[in-house]
Design a protein around this ligand. Structure first.
Ligand code: KG4
Ligand code: ZN
Length: 358
């Protein structure tokens, strides 16, 4: 079973070929550089850039594999959630190929693709506990099977990646913020600035990062005379200390709520042994090492995709396509791209599960 995966839901135009033997045959990722100066992704610019590059990215993916398009068994495309212009470009390309090649089409939920990637790269078994943390989403879920998720908690405002991006923007570090903050943090003192841990004491598994971001803004403002953060005079060490303190606060919040979720996971799925982190923020090595430590203490197996497969890519879409194809889960060509597409829309809620932002 060989599946072509197409990703275009945010600022990566990507394609990959993956088979059911867990082999990545070929992968191409183009990260759009057009957004750097804006401190975030501009949807209209992203959609145009996807349209401009999607064909060559798919062609390049086949060329690198020395394969012809007719050798695939199915076409999978990220069909949401995401920026609708970009998603539509990828879905249209996927449907057109499926129609021309007379192969089945698979509409992949971008979040499901993040969620399942660790099963491609490690031996992760259903059911498992997932911390899904990216630029647009931050959720804790039980993954029972393909298409079957129970959401235990979610952010009630910003996603963790969004907070990384906004703090980086305030510090003038550019976009995407996560990798820059992580780099700066290695030089900083994580205990220098006292930052809040929003929702830390709430009994549920929900998260919140908006207040944390505001607290960082206040610190930066204290380095100005006029309260305009662009006028802040920060030494490199101050910046590094802010980054380290912020990264620690985010990590503390994620770990604390994941620990609560482990309790629910154990009660709901006593046979479950695996904990997975996925999504762009899962590329953060500080977070990964703390999660690994916590899982070891809890007697659970920790897995994370390799760093290159944490941020958006075609491999994750192709692999989700493989998981769906082996179960015969195909979609009609009239499937409509979905800007919002909660993972747990068909699943029963666990006791105490949160549910605010899809
Ligand atoms: O999964 P992704 O590529 O796109 C979405 O689906 O949102 O995630 C992108 C997010 C961005 O917010 C970016 O700043 C964050 O992942 N990110 C990181 C790191 N690398 C990427 N956050 C923290 N540390 C990193 N090393
Ligand atoms: Zn993503």
């Amino acid at each position: 079973m060989l599946v072509l995966g197409i990703e275009s839901s945010c600022d990566e135009t990507a394609a990959a070929l993956v088979n059911d033997k867990k082999e990545i045959i070929s992968s191409t990722v183009l990260t759009q550089s057009e957004h750097k100066t804006f401190g975030g992704v501009v949807p209209e610019i992203a959609a145009r850039a996807h349209l401009e590059h999607i064909d060559e990215i798919i062609e390049e993916t086949f060329r690198k594999a020395s394969l012809q398009p007719f050798s695939i068994d199915a076409v999978a495309a990220a069909a949401g959630p995401g920026l609708i212009g970009g998603v539509t470009v990828g879905v249209m390309a996927g449907k057109a190929l499926a129609l021309a090649l007379d192969k089945p089409f698979i509409a992949v939920n971008h979040l499901e693709a993040h969620a399942l990637t660790a099963r491609l790269t490690s031996d992760v078994k259903y059911p498992y506990l997932l911390l899904l943390t990216s630029g647009g989403h931050c959720q804790i879920l039980i993954v029972h099977d393909v298409g079957r998720f129970t959401r235990l908690g979610t952010t009630i405002d910003d996603a963790a990646g969004e907070a990384f991006d906004k703090v980086a923007k305030m510090l003038g570090l550019g976009y995407p913020g996560g990798p820059m903050i992580e780099k700066m943090a290695t030089l900083g003192d994580e205990n220098r600035f006292v930052l809040p841990r929003p929702l830390y004491n709430s009994p549920d598994c929900n998260l919140s990062f908006s207040g944390l971001k505001t607290a960082v803004r206040k610190i930066i403002e204290s380095y100005t005379e006029d309260g305009i953060i662009e006028h802040a005079i920060l030494r490199k060490q101050d910046m590094a200390d802010i980054c380290a303190s912020f990264q620690k606060a985010v990590t503390d919040c994620l770990l604390h709520k994941l620990k609560k979720a482990i309790f629910t996971f154990r009660t709901t799925c006593p046979e479950g042994l695996d904990v997975v982190v996925a999504g762009g923020v899962a590329a953060n090595t500080y977070l990964r090492s703390h999660l690994k430590q916590m899982c070891a203490t809890e007697g659970l197996i920790f897995s994370a995709p390799p760093i290159s497969l944490c941020t958006d890519n075609g491999v994750m879409i192709a692999w989700a396509g493989v998981e769906r194809a082996v179960k015969g889960m195909y979609n009609d060509l009239d499937f409509r791209p979905r800007p919002r597409w909660p993972l747990d829309e068909n699943a029963p809620k666990a006791a105490g599960a949160g549910g605010v932002k899809a």
